[in-house]
Design a binder for this molecule. Structure first.
Ligand code: DGL
Length: 266
């Protein structure tokens, strides 16, 4: 049985999921966090469903071995490819939260005939997961925007290049007429301001990192699993270490954090 003092496990294809870890840290300052970034296999956005499922199972094993009470799938591509499988696999050993369902629940609750846009990786968009889970009367327009994640990782945001690429994608006819836009990728909170500027505030941006962190808080509160530690700890594992990954943690977590190498396969 899970207890309140066990850590929250968070995983992603790489370090982009630190945006979700950061949102969780903001909302839950007393929780122990254990992050796993599968930097050896990123990007997940271009991988097959089967490959992402295999990686996700291995990562879940590691997080369970560290006694995580909850596993948060911070990665959209992994949430779309592996959530159902992971839930069966992990069964009662830990609760699993993905970044898609809390968003779907919010839209299904609030939507009143709006047209909702979505941008994300090829894997997330091709999976069709949002169309399957959203109410039938929600009109959804999804667009794969694969250049955005590597662009942000290279530190290209708030500049002319990012401005042009964002404008090119958002100007796609498929997204015309939307009233809300789902930011369906770990990296997109970093370009939220630029997207907002593009739409001049006319489109409401839905930030899945914040919404998933809220869902996690709600779950911990209602199940009595909120931790009350005064000294919350953080550990950050990656399956492949490079100095570039270490340097990028600041972009995604708002401060630099130490990365520890942890093999995915025994
Ligand atoms: N973390 C991925 C996602 O949210 C983006 C990066 C990747 O393709 O691995 O879909």
């Amino acid at each position: 049985m899970s207890t309140a003092s066990q850590p929250i496990g968070i995983f992603d294809s790489g370090i982009g999921g630190l945006t979700v870890a950061h949102a969780i840290r903001q909302q839950l300052p007393q929780e122990h966090l254990l992050y796993f970034g599968d930097t050896a296999h990123l990007p997940y956005g271009d991988k097959s469903e089967a490959a992402i499922q295999a990686y996700s199972i291995k990562i879940a094993d590691i997080l369970l071995r560290h006694g995580c009470k909850v596993i948060v799938i911070a990665c959209h591509s992994a949430s779309s490819a592996a959530y159902e499988l992971l839930r069966e696999y992990v069964n009662k050993k830990a609760h699993i939260i993905n970044v898609i369902d809390p968003m779907v629940e919010k839209i299904n609750r609030e939507n009143s005939g709006e047209t909702v846009g979505l941008i994300g990786t090829k894997r997330t968009v091709q999976s069709g997961v949002y169309a399957r889970k959203l109410r039938a009367d929600v009109s959804l327009r999804s667009l794969a925007t694969p250049l955005l994640a590597p662009m942000i990782e290279e530190g290209f945001f708030n500049n002319q290049i990012s401005h042009d690429i964002i404008a090119q994608y958002l100007g796609d006819a498929h997204l015309s007429g939307i009233q809300r836009l789902i930011l369906a990728c770990t990296h997109y909170p970093l370009i939220k301001k630029e997207i907002d500027a593009y739409y001049r505030g006319a489109v409401t941006l839905l930030d899945s990192a914040e919404i998933a962190a809220q869902a996690l808080k709600e779950y911990l509160t209602t199940t009595g699993l909120l931790n009350d530690s005064r000294q919350a700890t953080e550990q950050f594992f990656v399956s492949d270490y490079t100095d570039a990954f270490a340097a990028s943690t600041r972009l995604f977590f708002q401060r630099e954090v130490p990365l520890q190498r942890h093999a995915l396969w025994d």
